[in-house]
Design a protein around this ligand. Structure first.
Ligand code: NAD
Ligand code: GLY
Length: 376
């Protein structure tokens, strides 16, 4: 077992990474079943794959449990499903001292975390993430949210889990496309401030995506260590440190908005294309060596991820994409902070980016599509 702590005074918690941990959930998370029982919240795909493992382990440990099974997909982060979930938790008598279990990807984790932040003015929750994206990013750090008509993740709260149990073997049933999307968030940690980890990804990414146990565990551990440190330094994203985790998200958000936040482009795929765009924009601004931008794009492509708007099947012009960016919740006084790079592992927050230059850059990418872009 590998343990990583998130140090946040009285909201501190541990992240335990244990291959096969779901089958030992009685021993590993049983202490969080305050009254000897858990309400587990999951989705239909997990009900058919991983939920029985968790239920069997709790049965073995004599821990009572009940499951609320929700539809899978981004649409579940909605007011309608939140109401259904909070009603379900109240019907089951959840109290403030209880800890609800979120078994699933980022959708379930974000929704359950938000429900836990408001039921009876706040109860606890345990994250048991089952996608690579959730294991390396969304289960850690306490950002919880649902989507609003005006945009994604606009209604939410910071509410830290009491514990995170990561079992990498749950990834055995994850579809390959979802695994690749989660891998984009792994690569992100190397690009932010750890060039050695990016080089590790170049060498070990293929094994990780093929299901190699050691590569998976190393990637998860290095990612959550990086995230735990950033969250401990800037829990509420007020100093700029946590904002580094948004690398690729501003460009990616525009691509997601253009594809209707749908399965046409998964969040991790949008982040991949967004990171490649952020590096190429940085190179175009003379901030970053063009070779670094090319290396980033090549690695993302080798993982089956898009490295441009065109590869994400987005054909909109620069003005349209920048208009989507203006709805980003990170807008500050009419300006949009961007994560740019001086090189691999040298990401920084730029607050003075001219959106007209961003639009012109994106138009230039369209023109170059099919010519030099393929080699960048
Ligand atoms: P997801 O939760 O929709 O899961 C992807 C798909 O995989 C779903 O169909 C799900 O049912 C299925 N699935 C999950 N685990 C499985 C398993 N082990 N076996 C088989 N199928 C499985 O998607 P995601 O990529 O995990 O999360 C995306 C969400 O996370 C977005 O809403 C995004 O906004 C959010 N997010 C939040 C944070 C944060 O800090 N809170 C960070 C990044 C992303
Ligand atoms: N995934 C971005 C953050 O947790 O801040």
């Amino acid at each position: 077992m590998t343990s990583v702590s998130v140090s946040l005074a009285d909201r501190s918690y541990d992240i335990n990474i244990v291959a096969g941990g779901l089958d030992r959930a009685d021993a590993l998370i049983g202490r969080f079943a305050r009254r000897g029982r858990f309400v587990i919240v999951t989705d239909e795909n997990l009900a058919a794959t991983q939920l029985p493992r968790l239920q069997a382990a709790l049965d073995r440990g004599g821990i009572a449990h009940d499951a609320i099974v929700l539809p899978p997909g981004e649409g579940t982060k909605s007011w309608a499903v939140l109401e259904r979930l909070t009603d379900g938790l109240l019907e089951r008598g959840v109290e403030r001292s209880d800890n609800v279990v979120a078994l699933g990807g980022g959708v379930i984790g974000d929704l359950v975390g938000f429900a836990a932040s408001i039921v009876k003015r706040g109860c606890g929750f345990v994250q048991v993430p089952t996608t690579l994206l959730a294991q390396v990013d969304s289960s850690v750090g306490g950002k919880t949210a649902i989507n609003a008509r005006a945009g994604k993740n606009l209604i939410g709260a910071f509410h830290q889990p009491v514990h995170v149990l990561i079992d990498p073997t749950t990834l055995d049933t994850l579809p390959a496309r979802e695994a690749a999307a989660g891998y984009a968030e792994v690569v992100k940690y190397g690009l932010i401030d750890d060039p050695d980890f990016f080089a590790w990804c170049e060498a070990n990414g293929p094994a990780l995506l093929a299901g190699d146990a050691e590569a998976r565990t190393t990637a998860i551990e290095r990612s959550v260590r990086a995230k735990a440190a950033i969250v401990a330094a800037d829990e509420r994203e007020t100093t700029g440190t946590r904002a580094l985790l948004n690398l690729g998200h501003t460009f990616g958000h525009a691509l997601e908005a253009e594809t209707g936040f749908s399965d046409r482009l998964l969040h991790g795929e949008a982040v991949a294309a967004g990171m490649a765009l952020a590096f190429r924009f940085s190179a175009a601004q003379g901030l970053c060596p063009a070779e670094d931008a090319a290396r980033v794009a090549a690695h993302l492509r080798s993982a089956g991820l898009p490295a441009s708007a065109a590869e994400a099947h987005v054909t909109a012009d620069g003005e349209t994409l920048v208009a989507h960016m203006m709805h980003d919740k990170k807008m500050e006084g009419g300006r949009l902070p961007f994560l740019l790079a001086r090189g691999i592992g040298r990401t920084f927050l730029a607050k003075d980016v001219d959106l007209a230059e961003v639009a012109a850059f994106l138009d230039g990418e369209r023109v170059r599509r099919g010519s030099t872009l393929g080699h960048l």
